[in-house]
Structures are given as structure tokens and as C-alpha cells.
Design a binder for this molecule. Structure first.
Ligand code: ADP
Length: 284
């Protein structure tokens, strides 16, 4: 039997939510009531059963899901309003919204029989650096990895793209992609990071906009400047594919391989968790 692998799995916001929705409600009761309307429940159910069937091949598993429409929509709306509106309504409502998404996803995971434990990044991470061009985005954060390490491999911690705070109490978006990097850096014995999204992998250009874009099957860390992915077509407050690529390259620099896979395609999560090469492989 091959060695059981320790994996951090990202379920992108474009996979677990209807990320392109433009009618996301900005009222607490409506968010709670329509939580399942904006989660891609069918995809999540299928992914949960693929994870369940693959557990025997894994050492430990950490899941990070994207905020999708639950985070990008409110943040992009409230970035347009003034500071007092953001503080009194915008940030509290965004924090609430991504928590609702997390609860809907935990419900599906628990129902499928996965031993998941939800962790709110806001309670674990302190933002320590910000993006120069997008100061509302955190590019680094400190946390105590033992909070989740002690649970492995018995439980599956589930983290998500969230707003976290810096030491002055100012909020910052902590992207699920950045959480992947921070967990890979701090957990230390990670064998693979698999990042599930809604396209086959990393292309030479956005495949949704350029039909001539070619899938890149393998990229080495040394080739990191050859490809500069753009943001994508969703409202992305954290940089979309360009942030994902940057964080996966930082993971490669740690010596950990990663894969970008189409998680909407049946069977791909199973294959990735069992160590097969699907999508784009990024090697140190
Ligand atoms: P997620 O929400 O799943 O984390 P993102 O929305 O951040 O994913 O990124 C995925 C999107 O990035 C795709 O839907 C695609 O349209 C866009 N994109 C932009 N440039 C590229 C590229 N070079 N290769 C692949 N996808 C790209």
C-alpha cells in the first residue's frame, strides 16, 4: 500500500457557490434564508462523496473553501460605500455571510459522514501584511497551527476565505488561496495542495475569454515568470486567478507540489486525492 498522503484541498468559490450571481441579498435574514440558493449543493454533495471514498488513501486532510459570492459580492459592494457604512454594516454583514456559507457546506459534509470541524479564520489568524495595490487584502497572517494540528488525522478541519483583523482591529480579506499557503507553510508535513476550481487548470490565458488559450499541464517554480494569469470574469476582490497562481508558486517555493483541477468535473477530486495528475501540476 503506497504511503498515505497529507493533503490540503481547496474547494474554490466558483465550485461551491454560484459565484457569478448578481442578486445576492445584503440583509441578514435574506442571507440566512437563501443560503442554500447560492451554494452549488449538487456539486458539493458529489465532492463530499468523492472525498469520503478517498479517505483511505490519505494521512490527513484539511479543507479550505472559497468565499465565492458570499464574500466577493458584499465586499465589492461595501468597498464602494464610506468608511462608517463599512464599519457599521459592511464588514459585520460580510463576516456573517461567509459564516452562513460555511454552515451550509458543513451541513452537506456532515450529512455525507465526513468528520469535519469548521474553523473561522477570523478567530485564528491575525493579518500582518497587506497587498500594495489592494490594501483591503491580507497577504500574510500569523496563526498557531497547533489549533488544527492537534486534530489531525482524526478530524478534517474546514477553513474558508474570510475577513480577518490586524493588530489595530482593521479588517482584511484573507483569501482561501492565501490560507492554503499559510497552512502549507505552518503544518510543514504537507505532501500535496490540490486547488479545485471551475476550469481545467491554469491556461496560457483566461479560457473563458480566449478560446485559443492552452492548458498548461506542468509548471516548475523556475518558470514562474513565464505565465502571469489575470483576474478572471467574476467580481474578485482578492485578485482571482492571479492570486491563486502567486500563492501556489509560494507553496512550490516551500518544496510542496500543487495541482489546479476542475472540481466541477466528476471524478477529478478522487483522482487528485489518490495522487493522479489531473489539470495543472505545479512543481517545486
Ligand atoms: P475560485 O473562486 O474557484 O478560487 P477564481 O474565480 O479565483 O477561482 O479563478 C478561476 C477563474 O480564473 C476561472 O473561472 C477563469 O475564468 C479565470 N482565469 C483567468 N486567467 C486564467 C488562466 N490563465 N487560467 C485559468 N483560469 C483563468
Amino acid at each position: 500500500m503506497p504511503k498515505r498522503r497529507n493533503v490540503i484541498l481547496k474547494l474554490g468559490g466558483s465550485v461551491v457557490t454560484h459565484k457569478g450571481s448578481s442578486d445576492f441579498p445584503l440583509y441578514p435574514a435574506s442571507i440566512l434564508e437563501s443560503g442554500t440558493r447560492f451554494v452549488n449543493v449538487d456539486a458539493v454533495k458529489r465532492i463530499c462523496s468523492e472525498i469520503k471514498d478517498s479517505l483511505q488513501y490519505l494521512g490527513y486532510l484539511v479543507i479550505v473553501h472559497g468565499a465565492g459570492v458570499f464574500g466577493h459580492f458584499p465586499v465589492s459592494e461595501f468597498l464602494k460605500s464610506d468608511e462608517s457604512m463599512r464599519v457599521s454594516v459592511g464588514w459585520p454583514l460580510t463576516l456573517y455571510s461567509v459564516q452562513v456559507e460555511n454552515l451550509v457546506l458543513l451541513n452537506e459534509m456532515l450529512t455525507c459522514g465526513l468528520p469535519v470541524i469548521g474553523f473561522s479564520p477570523r478567530s485564528m489568524f491575525t493579518a500582518t501584511a497587506r497587498d500594495r495595490d489592494r490594501p483591503w487584502v491580507s497577504t500574510d497572517a500569523s496563526f498557531d497551527p497547533n489549533i488544527i494540528k492537534h486534530l489531525l488525522p482524526t478530524y478534517i478541519p474546514v477553513l474558508f476565505g474570510d475577513l480577518v483583523f490586524d493588530k489595530n482591529g482593521d479588517p482584511a480579506v484573507l483569501s482561501g488561496d492565501t490560507i492554503l499557503y499559510l497552512c502549507a507553510r505552518e503544518l510543514k508535513d504537507v505532501d500535496l495542495v490540490a486547488s479545485g476550481t471551475d476550469v481545467q487548470g491554469i491556461f496560457t490565458d483566461d479560457p473563458k475569454k480566449n478560446p485559443d488559450a492552452k492548458l498548461v499541464r506542468r509548471i516548475a517554480f523556475s518558470e514562474k515568470n513565464k505565465l502571469v494569469p489575470k483576474e478572471g470574469s467574476y467580481r474578485d476582490v482578492d485578485g482571482g486567478m492571479s492570486r491563486k497562481f502567486k500563492e501556489l508558486m509560494s507553496i512550490a517555493k516551500l518544496g510542496i507540489p500543487s495541482m489546479v483541477i476542475d472540481a466541477l468535473k466528476e471524478g477529478n477530486i478522487s483522482k487528485a486525492l489518490r495522487g493522479e495528475h489531473v489539470g495543472t501540476l505545479i512543481v517545486p
